[in-house]
Design a protein around this ligand. Sequence first.
Ligand code: PLZ
Length: 465
Amino acid sequence: MHPKEYRSYARGMALVDTAPTAVPLGGPELPQERRLVTELPGPRSAELLARKAEAVPAGVGHTVPIAAVAAGGGVVVDADGNSLIDLGSGIAVTTVGNAHPKIAAAVAAQAAQFTHTCFMISPYESYVAVAEALNRVTPGDFAKKSALFNSGAEAVENAIKIARKHTGRQAVVAFDHGYHGRTNLTMALTAKSMPYKSGFGPFAPEVYRAPMSYPFRDGLSGADAAARAILQLEKQIGADNLAAIIIEPIQGEGGFIVPAEGFLPALQEWSRANGVVFIADEVQTGFARTGHMFASEIFGIEPDLITTAKGIAGGLPLAAVTGRAEIMDASHAGGLGGTYGGNPIACAAALAAIDVFENDGVIERAREIGDLLVSRLTAMQSSDPRVGDVRGHGAMVAAEFVDPETKAPDAALTAAVAKAAIAQGVIVLTCGTYGNVIRFLPPLSIGDDLLNEGLDIVQAALASA
Ligand code: PLZ
């Protein structure tokens, strides 16, 4: 095709409306209801899942057997017209709500302007504005800088690179039950073998693991749990060899484990005293999810570096490392980057999302949702001893299922409850090293009625399991 022809061809493409007319637009205007018109999967979803099985490797799994076509408010709609209650937000991503109008508008406007230049080739304003916003909203009243990447794992990789360069040391400590990603270094940092690591080694060297504070299971105070971890680091690695400690302030995939009070501050204090970079992985906890802009605020810590992703851009792939300017500046010029890091469309979405987080009452809404979740789940716990623990902050709350006599994890019960809830049109996710935790991560745009209906279904699923 001649370039001239190609230009008119491309223009023509833009005018062709290829969207099937029956598909509803997403966003908050979608009817906010649970509606099952078929069993799951319905015929159209089943057709897509059959194509998936042919075209996509089995390693890429799925939790909910549907073909999603629209989402918004508190629902996900499938190709058969089923409307499911969303208590997962695509793993804590659509915190501001799916297809949020401000995000959709920002994305459309930027896509019409330019889609990519590569920030390392021709810089643009939105990347810098996102960095400025992150430097402002993250905890810590000190000079900060931010670098942008594409995924949580990539942010974690870069935080470790920066910490190693800054300290000139190599060892890194992660914690029991920790999750940091699926790339090679982040697999090494992630604790759980199945499904994340098994058979995918060898893993990156100089990664060590320390015991976590897990109040429901270890019964230790924060100070005692920290002392146990620190003793292990000092004896098995030695502070002089340690570049960084990386920890999720509230562990996500590992089971929504909230450490005992004092645990994180003690680790931070020890890190500071020993020249170890303290990294908070807030990929899952960040951006209003916990009823605070960042979970670090709950525990009164000011990490040297913070990794973020997920909720940052309303569903667009964007991630960041933010931290003390003198640490962030450790790398030689050109040492950090990537083709797509800080893509302009993702940055436009992030600026819109950050505007929503700061101005639209989202943090308050996360707290309201948290109160509702905790009161409903603790009510279930008081009438059913298989609910061993209810924990979390804001709209990041979980229930841990156990054998009432022994407290042994009950993964089979957990899977049965989640499966039954999903079959009834409620998207719930499980987590935990022992697979015995159901986590609730609704979009903050969900209404109380829908949230209560979702919890009614979970409660009924538990009662009949
Ligand atoms: N750090 C704390 O929660 C991603 C992963 C789900 P990416 N968690 C969901 C799965 O099965 O892959 C996560 C996280 C924390 C890092 C990551 C990694 O973020 O954007 O998935 O790379």
